[in-house]
Design a protein around this ligand. Structure first.
Ligand code: ACM
Ligand code: ZN
Length: 788
């Protein structure tokens, strides 16, 4: 405690007779500088500025009242002190003033976001050339204060202090964004406001809302009421309705809320692919006039708007006319990704348009690619009429870019590089750079079910949006910035969306703001511990790294003699564990070396943040086994496995007993079990299949199993259990100590929809195994299966 704090504490204890002061700055997570994103320049001095009852916010003119009032309210709520805003000069104040010289020499938009912040023991000065800069200066001041400033309720007997510092700050990029896909799973206005609060606190200035897709249309358009009346609802495979859309009044409220926090909302209407919800409402938009239901499964699908007819452009004109009055954003997003163009090849209207517009095949582009480009250029013209500029996903390069389009590069950086080389603006959001928040942020064996892919926070953090090629060509100025994308197919609730977005979006915030050379993952990790407390006060369900085995992360470990299980976390965090069946808590043993056991037990282990907040518990079953003898001493007679098949629809293995009529045949290799019928998104057949026989184990060893089939049983031991769970990523493989020879195997496969997934999606049908210590999985081959 410095002398000033000590005196203050003693004085208060003496005067009010209250207990010892709550020195918030001494809490572990409040120590050091926790500003995120890290400012460009920061000099830490000695001493602290203490907010007292006399502290006021002074403003150099009334126009600054908006920013001053915003933060005065925030400070008052947590400190309980009546922080007044005044235009008079007072002592011990936080002084906000406009200084046109701040950010001078920078690009206009970067200059507007720049600020100077000087904290001295007797006051704080924040200067910027715009309100936005002052807002960011105050945001930094909030982060210099203890995390409890975010509490939103009065914390009594607390000392609120800020270290003496000098900061001069400006962003690296003008665009720093988050995309939320509210089409697949809707996010309430209240939920979006929570995100906006967090984004504003880390100086993210764009929220991109993906408002329409195959699975829903989520914004009221008065001219076309069926877009939400029909397109806003889907019925799932089990008859349950899923609905939601924003009324125009709600959008106005949301946009106002975002503007007060200097967050721009970019709306996306995804065309000409990803438009099935609109076609469900207005079938004349399709090439065939065919009517569809709003899709209740995850795509993409071969369904597309018809750019041969005028309906599509008339609709978009009406939509953008209304939306342009709701969203002040300079940019509107028109999607343009994953457009299936096959239907256009046989559509008379599309082919007529190709002819009329001279969109013929050439060496680089097909006529249909050019038709897509034609459609996007028409979108650009419509947007222009309403004073808006177009952004599209990188597929809008196909067939040639619309004249003034900005490109969001998601399929790696190639599209972004190609666009910048043609002097088009680019926002980088590549899957390869950790910008896809539907990807796993930890090992898929440990984490809750996600889309797939791997994007740990360190990958998101280390991403540099400016490729060397562009620097060499002098084109880096076309990189406007960076964005993280939360596609919500696998994010079934708002809580899960938060779990996937936070804290990875803070990595995007720092990448977008801080010079690359100043980024430091270890220091960022330390600052995340402070951000975690702030998120707690905002009720954000953020990800806490789970304990994972560093080499082979499994939930089931088999051993024959003694087991040693090691754990680590994706950033340095304490772990606590038990092996006696109890829930680990703050008093449980701290993990500091591999856990050894010679008896069967369940390790329950979780991470603990400096705030005391704990992660979910990971359970790892550690099972002592003796080698299982082969089920038959003789080589079975026939090649393949016995197959029982029935065109029956069910969800769980337990329902197989209801199947009366099985058709028997032989499966010559395992994989086709997943392809017994058409394996397409649009036209899935429901069936059950059971294959039985023996497989050959090549040597005595402990083997681990994995499969996306519903259940795999070895002998009478369930080795893989995906029963009733989305099977796109198997997470349920177990391990077995097996002797060389022929062992019984039963493979069960249910073809159905689970959580919007076709259970055959990404299921090769294979049963994979690997020996402990091996990196590589191998499929059980057709030579190693037999039956009697
Ligand atoms: C995308 O991920 N389809 C842009
Ligand atoms: Zn057509």
């Amino acid at each position: 405690m410095n002398s000033r704090n000590l005196i203050l504490t003693c004085v208060c204890t003496f005067l009010c007779g209250c207990s010892v002061e709550n020195i918030l700055s001494e809490k572990e997570y409040n120590q050091g500088i926790n500003v995120l994103p890290l400012p460009q320049n920061i000099n830490v001095g000695s001493g602290r500025f203490i907010i007292s009852k006399s502290t006021q916010i002074t403003i150099s003119d009334d126009s600054l009242g908006q920013v001053a009032d915003f933060y005065a309210r925030k400070m008052q709520a947590s400190t309980g002190m009546n922080v007044k805003v005044t235009d008079k000069k007072v002592e011990n104040a936080i002084n906000l003033s406009i200084d046109r010289n701040v950010g001078k020499g920078l690009d206009t938009e970067l200059a507007a976001e720049s600020y100077l912040l000087s904290v001295k023991e007797n006051g704080v000065d924040i200067k910027a050339s715009s309100l936005r800069g002052l807002f960011y200066g105050m945001a930094t001041l909030m982060q210099l204060l203890p995390a409890e400033i975010e509490s939103g309720h009065e914390i009594s007997h607390a000392v609120w202090s800020v270290p003496v510092v000098d900061i001069s700050d400006s962003p690296r990029f003008k665009y720093r964004g988050l995309m939320l896909d509210v089409a697949r799973h809707f996010i309430s206005v209240e939920g979006l406001k929570k995100h906006i609060d967090m984004l504003a606190s880390v100086k993210i200035n764009n929220l991109h809302l993906h408002l329409t897709d195959y699975q829903g249309w989520r914004i009221e358009i008065r001219k076309y009421p069926r877009l939400t009346a029909v397109g806003g609802t889907r019925i799932d495979e089990y008859g349950k309705e899923y609905s939601g859309f924003y009324t125009q009044e709600e959008i106005k409220d949301l946009v106002k809320y975002a503007r007060e926090r200097f967050v721009n909302i970019i709306p996306e209407i995804d065309v000409p692919g990803h438009s099935l919800a609109a076609m469900a409402a207005y079938p004349e938009l399709s090439c065939t006039g065919e009517s569809y239901d709003v899709m209740n499964r995850w795509g993409p699908f071969p369904v597309v708007l018809c750019p041969g007819k005028e309906n599509m452009f008339e609709l978009l004109d009406g939509v953008f006319a209304e939306m342009s009055t709701l969203f002040p954003s300079e940019y509107f997003h028109i999607g343009g990704d994953e457009c299936p163009k096959k239907v256009w090849e046989t559509c008379p209207a599309c082919q007529r348009r190709i002819k009329e517009e001279g969109l013929f095949d050439d060496k680089e582009h097909s006529a249909e690619d050019k038709l897509q480009s034609y459609a996007i250029s028409r979108c650009e013209q419509i947007l222009k009429k309403y004073g808006k500029k177009l952004i599209g996903w990188d597929e809008i390069l196909q067939g040639g870019l619309a004249p003034e389009a900005t490109v969001m590069s998601w399929r790696g950086e190639a599209g972004g590089i190609a666009s910048a080389l043609m002097n088009h603006n680019v926002i980088m959001t590549p899957t390869s750079g950790g910008m896809y928040f539907d990807h796993y942020q930890g090992n898929s064996q440990a984490e809750p079910f996600a889309w797939g892919g791997y994007a740990p926070i360190v990958r998101s953090y280390n991403y540099n949006p400016v490729p060397d090629t562009l620097v060499k060509m002098g084109k880096e100025k076309y990189i406007l910035g960076v964005q993280g994308n939360a596609w919500t197919e696998c994010m079934y609730t708002e809580d899960i969306v938060e779990y996937r977005v936070y804290p990875r979006i803070f990595a995007v915030a720092e990448t977008g703001w801080t010079p690359d050379g100043k980024k430091d993952f270890n220091d960022f990790s330390r600052r995340l511990n402070n951000m975690a407390v702030r998120m707690d006060y905002h009720g954000i369900n953020y990800h806490i790294p789970l304990p994972e085995q560093p080499d082979f992360c499994r939930n089931h470990v088999a051993f024959t003699d003694v087991a040693s299980v090691s754990f680590g976390t994706s950033r340095p965090i304490k772990m606590v564990y038990t092996t006696d069946g109890t829930e680990p808590d703050l008093h449980s043993p701290v993990y500091d070396k591999p856990i050894q056991t010679d008896t069967t037990c369940t390790i329950r282990i979780r991470s603990v943040l400096p705030s005391g907040k704990m992660s979910m518990v990971r359970e790892v079953r550690v099972e002592r086994q003796s080698y299982k003898e082969p089920d038959t001493g003789r080589t079975p007679e026939h090649a393949g496995l016995k197959l029982h098949f029935a065109p029956h629809r069910c969800m769980y293995i337990s329902e197989l007993s209801e199947v009366k009529e099985w058709k028997d045949s032989v499966l010559t290799s395992i994989e086709p079990i997943a392809r017994l019928r058409t394996n397409q998104y649009m036209n899935v057949e429901f069936y059950v299949a059971v294959a039985e026989g023996y497989f050959f184990v090549p040597e005595d060893a402990i083997y681990e199993f994995s499969s996306n089939n519903t259940r795999i049983t070895v002998g009478d031991y369930v080795a893989v259990d995906n029963d009733g769970k989305p099977q796109v990523n198997s997470r349920y493989g177990k391990s077995m100590a097996l002797k060389k020879g022929w062992h019984k195997i039963k493979i069960e496969q249910i073809s159905n929809f689970i959580g919007g997934w076709n259970s055959q999606h990404r299921n090769s049908g294979a049963v994979m195994m690997r020996k402990y210590g091996d990196e590589k999985w191998t499929d059980i081959s057709k030579d190693n299966i037999k039956y009697n």
